[in-house]
Design a protein around this ligand. Sequence first.
Ligand code: MSP
Length: 640
Amino acid sequence: MPQDKFYITTPIYYVNDVPHIGHAYTTIAADVAARYKRLEGFEVFFLTGTDEHGQKVQQAANNLGVSPQEHVDKLHQRFKELWVRLNISNSDFIRTTEERHKKLVGDILQELHSKDEIYKASYEGWYCTPCERFWTEKDLAEGNCPECKRKVDKIKEHNYFFRMSKYQEWLIDRIKNDPHFILPASRKNEVLGFLDKPLEDLCISRPKSRLPWGIPLPFDEEYVTYVWFDALINYISIHGSLDDIKACGFWPADHNMVGKDILTTHAVYWSTMLKAIGLEPPKNIFAHGWWTVNGQKMSKSLQNVVEPNKLIDQFGVDVIRYFLLREVPFGLDGDFSHKALIGRLNSDLANNFGNLLNRTVNMMKKFFDGVIPTPAAEGPEDNLLTEKASEVITEVRKLYNELAYNKILQKIWELVDVTNQYIDKTGPWNLVKTEEGKERLKTVMYNSAESLRILGVLLNPFMPQSTESLMKQLGLETSIEEQGMKSIDQWGGLKSGSQTQKAKQLFPRIEDKQAAKILAELSAPKEEQKEDGNQITIDEFMKVELRTGKILEAEKVKKSKKLIQLKIDIGTGTRQVLAGIAESYEPEDLIGRTVIIVANLKPAKLMGIESQGMVLAASNDGNILLAGFDQEPGQGIQVR
Ligand code: MSP
């Protein structure tokens, strides 16, 4: 019988961003669903990746003097590496700069253009460069971008438009008639609210002269594709051509999981794009809430970004996975605190769950030399435990399909508590004292271990590493993935006679003194925040040592289109500096010129060559102009 298929995706993350717990949250949430479905026997495809085109990438690459492609080739690794550390079981990783993706984007554009779903028109609107989005006059918030609140520019240009407006009625009906399409329900109402206003056609191009770093429109080489039109297609480009997608059995996706910030782009742009292409929209778009830190949005300028790598180093991967999904109902916003994390680790994981495993395995060793006994004498406490287990299994399977993560964990902890109570009530330490008691003890120890096995399977999607370790301690050799959910269909799957292993604490408690130290390190109050996150103090500015220098030598770096290697005399010595200016200057014209260099920049290697500073220049649409003086200042003079 062919296996049922299940397809789940995360948004593709902006490659320029430093991965933080917000990104980790979506990815872990999708991973838990993917792992669960695998346990249920589904053939799962789980996709994540990086969004690599657009103005910000281009600017960052220009500033570094490297090509955008070199830049993204390096940066996307940060996400890939984090997902390995977080035990993310993605089936593939899509990058929007890969050929397989660019090919489908081009094909779709061509097809929509030939079907007159895309047309060219003159457009005047307010453009927000950081968000790379056009806004109409009425969208603006006090004259600024309604999303990031920054300044917008009035732009008039010809562009290509997707006839999104004609799908408005279809989309409203679809959302209203399919209660599962957009979840949670409150978010669905938000989208319907958005659709109360007339839907406009979507501008899907940007002139190449303004923004070269994008996928070219196949029917007009003067333009590239708007980043969102490009990025959304990742969910299908992974499966090949349009025919492949229809045949692969993974479309429509079961869940396009997104943060609430990008629900409209998914529910409206993506669904209508699919409709025009002749594909079904995803079966579900699930928009989860946002994490703040001390009530504030995470941002580089506020220096409050919580980095998952640091948390993993400190607490271990499963603690983070557990905490993020236990702390806040999935769909609502949450506020992150290290203190709450330590609280959950100590109470839920160390004291309740970890201790249950620890004492069971220790008693197994003490009373039965580590060999799982065959149940013998029954007792009045048994039914309560087995009935609870069966109730929890049924309920948790239902909740997994609703992505109700914190409810799943609460429910599972009911079984943790009942099993702890079972041990307390039956009192193995007393049973061992009599011959009759020893018969009962066999059942009690078997049942406690069996309940732990069930807990291991139910919790495996959340805590893959710890639950595999739990199984090993209980003497089970096959992995949980191989055992699957069916292994807990019936009580009694644990094999009597198997040898348990030495007890090992899964979640060491963090004592108060240690907690205080960790909190001081991880959540130390950052420098006083400024009103405008972009401002710096004069002291901060003075840390940058700017000096004049004379270019002594200049030569192009082999195999690089942009880099020139310079020898610069800065008064106190010479510096080797690489500058991304080869497209605007010939090396011979540079010799003898006085430039401004950042003299205390940490040396860095570009294309294997060390650069010991940075030359200041302005970049205007890719045209680079070196900063200079109207009179000769001399070498090594400080610039302020
Ligand atoms: N590149 C676009 C998505 C294109 S999908 C075709 C993008 N990228 S992003 O990196 O800015 O954000 C992606 C997702 O990260 C958000 O939708 C959300 O799922 C997650 N989060 C980013 N910050 C977050 C929080 N502070 N809290 C929770 N999740 C957040 O948008």
